[in-house]
Design a protein. Sequence first.
Length: 121
Amino acid sequence: MSDYQMGVIESRFADIIWENEPLSSAELCKKSEELLKWKKSTTYTVLKRLCEKGIFKNEGGVVGSLISREDFYSVRSERFVEEAFGGSLPAFLAAFTKRKNLTAQEVEQLRRIVRDYNEIG
């Protein structure tokens, strides 16, 4: 869990792994060629980089994740709110909703999240 940073292309590559894991490195190369138009060497280079970041593993030619997609984006979101809004979720929501109106469904989902949180804590 060292460096949870990925660019857009790395994120698309990561989605291929998360959606198909576990998969062989050969299968990953085929999917990367088909979906991203990558050569085998590019696939292995990016995979190695993401393995070094502690996001994926390649053991015995089988590729899988060390962290789920949900956990990855959860950590990224927490860091963003911490860095950009001093850790204040209300400040983030205020900034987010200043330019984007929430739908009634989104408001209800947020209410449900808060209600469920209150019931747990």
